[in-house]
Design a protein around this ligand. Structure first.
Ligand SMILES: [Zn+2]
Length: 254
């Protein structure tokens, strides 16, 4: 059987004996793969940089049957997302992006939309926009891609149209009108400005989202809402997000 050629982003890397790695890679054509790459640590250390976490590579691999690992025969870095590695804040959020993709994907489950979001999110994080704006854009795009994004136009309880949002309920999945907000336990107050920010994100692909900036109170509001959406609808055990919060509390990142 011939080797399969595709491209992917390295999500995780483990040492295997003296000379090899086990890599978990999210590929464009085969979803997540778990593969062994033999003999790359010595005597060819020049490959080391090509195999860093969240490097985008062209790879060749042989898929293995059942529970065995796939076998990588070649890997060549095409984008290291240098901009996303330039400070601790971006690096922390890059790990968050990686962990989210790792959490929501199964092995050999192809999803090109998620692949584009992964590379687009890392690219955006390395661009000139504030890292937190990049992360919020990624979170919403990811939630939408999974069919879990918030309803923003209609009350999730009575479906009446909402043009001046004040409340958002995370478990119910979106904005709530003032009448219904009196009868249910609302998880968040939200401003129409933040809702409009979310709508703006939805209106452009991630590759065109670098012009979207978020400031002031909306930044905090969007962070709370989307963070809670991720925790409630995706996973409440995203370690890199807790790590980011810890760095914030210590004043190491903003
Ligand atoms: Zn309502």
């Amino acid at each position: 059987m011939a080797a399969i050629n595709t491209e992917g982003v390295i999500l995780r890397k483990y040492l295997l004996r003296e000379t090899s790695y086990i890599l978990v890679i999210y590929t464009r054509d085969y979803g997540k793969i778990r593969a062994v790459f033999k003999g790359v640590r010595r005597p060819y250390p020049q490959f080391a940089g090509d195999l860093e976490i969240f490097t985008h590579c062209d790879i060749s691999f042989y898929p293995k049957k059942q529970k065995d690992l796939d076998l990588i025969t070649e890997s060549r870095a095409k984008n290291s997302f240098v901009g996303a590695r330039k400070d601790i804040e971006r690096l922390t959020y890059a790990n968050y992006i990686i962990e989210l993709i790792d959490t929501v994907t199964g092995e050999h489950d192809r999803n090109e939309v998620l692949f584009e979001l992964l590379t687009g999110g890392l690219e955006l994080l390395g661009s000139d926009i504030p890292p937190k704006s990049a992360v919020r854009i990624f979170e919403l795009k990811l939630l939408d891609a999974l069919g879990l994004g918030p309803e923003l136009g209609e009350c999730v309880s009575c479906t009446s149209e909402i043009n001046d949002a004040k409340c958002l309920d995370v478990p119910e999945g979106g904005v709530v009108c003032e009448v219904c907000s009196g009868t249910t336990a609302i998880s968040h107050t939200v401003s129409q400005g933040t809702v409009n920010f979310f709508k703006k994100i939805r209106s452009v692909p991630i590759s065109k989202a670098a012009g979207i900036k978020l400031g002031g109170s909306m930044e905090k509001e969007a962070e709370r809402v989307l963070g809670d959406f991720v925790r409630f609808h995706v996973s409440d055990n995203i370690k890199s997000l807790e790590f980011a919060r810890d760095l914030e509390r210590k004043g190491i990142i903003r």
